[in-house]
Design a protein around this ligand. Structure first.
Ligand SMILES: [Zn+2]
Length: 357
């Protein structure tokens, strides 16, 4: 798979390699292309329980300064190099091997494979999930193979993710000479108090599973290079990483209220790339933790930090957790994974598959 240069939105034959391996392990593959993105759903077995593994075969561009060919898939000194080795073709191959090795039993194993995770995520996981829902294929539990491990394989499982919301605030005034402010209207004098009120507010103190939500200003700009001109317009941008005490709707309402009280004519534009979600620890996450500890000797911390992933879409349909390789080299030059770590992850996945019921 690494030798197929599947930089989003290209597939370059990567999914065909995987589909062929799964078919020879007894899986039925349904190709589900949407727009210019290749995706597929594969399943083996029938009835319940239904365990699904979700992964993406697309990768980020290699960038410069590789010592090993980014799409060579070379093994040197027991380490596999290449774009996607860690994020996340390695974990996909580990799960496919684990499923092939696991003895047949009651229930269903499936894979949701997308080629649109590192890109817009518009023609991938969400649309495959819609297809799965329409065809009665929503699983009892979904495991996402993102590289969640931090220092050693097994130290971190993700059971939720924070949400991410961005906002642009634009305040319009009237341009003028700084020496004649009564003839102008300075938009900064309304924008700055609004920003001060927003940053002074503590959104929450965190929860048992999430750190406190955080608002960060990312830009304040007037486009004004002159020291003697009152600008006509001032714009600020901010991002909020929020836990499950908030939502896009509740944060939009709060932003609207605070901004309006300081800058009544301001324009507010909000976009949300993902709501926060949490899979309450339960039997499936306990089993996952147990499989990891059994194979690796490491008891994982259950965390919710970091950026977003496609798990945010899956959480709307079923409980979801993420566990995969050490992510230290993901998106970097010479992305790599020790072969021994791939084999250990395969053993964890196989133990989980065999005990999932
Ligand atoms: Zn990834």
């Amino acid at each position: 798979m690494i030798r197929r240069a599947s930089v989003t939105p290209e597939d370059a034959g990567a999914q065909a390699v995987l589909a062929q391996a799964l078919e020879s392990a007894g899986f039925t593959v349904t190709h589900l292309p949407f727009g210019n993105i290749e995706n597929f759903y594969a399943e083996r077995g029938a009835g319940g329980p239904h365990l699904c593994f979700a992964g993406h075969t697309d990768v980020v561009p290699p960038g410069p300064n590789w010592r090993h060919a980014p799409f060579g898939g070379e093994v040197a000194d027991g380490v596999l190099y290449g774009r996607g080795a860690s994020d996340m073709k390695g974990a996909i191959a580990a799960f496919a091997a684990a499923a092939a090795n696991a003895p047949a039993k009651d229930g269903k194993i499936s894979l949701l494979i997308t080629g649109d995770e590192e890109g817009e995520a518009l023609n991938g996981t969400t649309k495959v999930l819609d297809w799965m829902a329409a065809n009665g294929k929503i699983p009892d539990f979904c495991l996402v193979g993102e590289p969640t491990s931090r220092a050693v394989l097994g130290d971190v499982v993700k059971i939720g993710r924070r949400g991410s919301l961005s906002a642009t605030i634009t305040v319009t005034g009237r341009q003028g000479h700084v020496a004649y402010p009564h003839l102008a209207d300075n938009p900064l004098h309304r924008l700055i108090p609004a920003l001060a009120a927003l940053t002074a507010h503590e959104l929450d103190g965190g929860t048992a599973w999430f750190q406190p939500s955080s608002l960060q200003l990312t830009s304040v700009d007037t486009g004004n290079p002159a020291r003697n001109v009152i600008p006509a317009q001032a714009t600020a941008q901010l991002n909020i990483r929020f836990n499950n005490l908030h939502s896009q709707a509740s944060l939009s309402d709060w932003l609207t209220e605070i901004v309006a009280s300081h800058a009544p004519n301001a324009a507010l534009h909000v976009t949300c790339s993902g709501e926060a979600f949490l899979t309450q620890p339960g039997p499936a996450t306990a089993l996952l933790t147990d499989s990891i500890a059994h194979v690796t000797g490491v008891t994982p911390a259950q965390e919710t930090g970091g950026g977003t992933s496609d798990a945010r879409f899956i959480a709307r349909h079923c409980p979801v957790a993420e566990f995969g390789l050490v992510g230290a080299t993901m998106h970097q030059a010479d992305e790599c994974v020790p072969v021994s770590e791939l084999l250990a992850l395969t053993a964890v996945y196989q133990n989980f598959i065999e005990r999932f019921a």
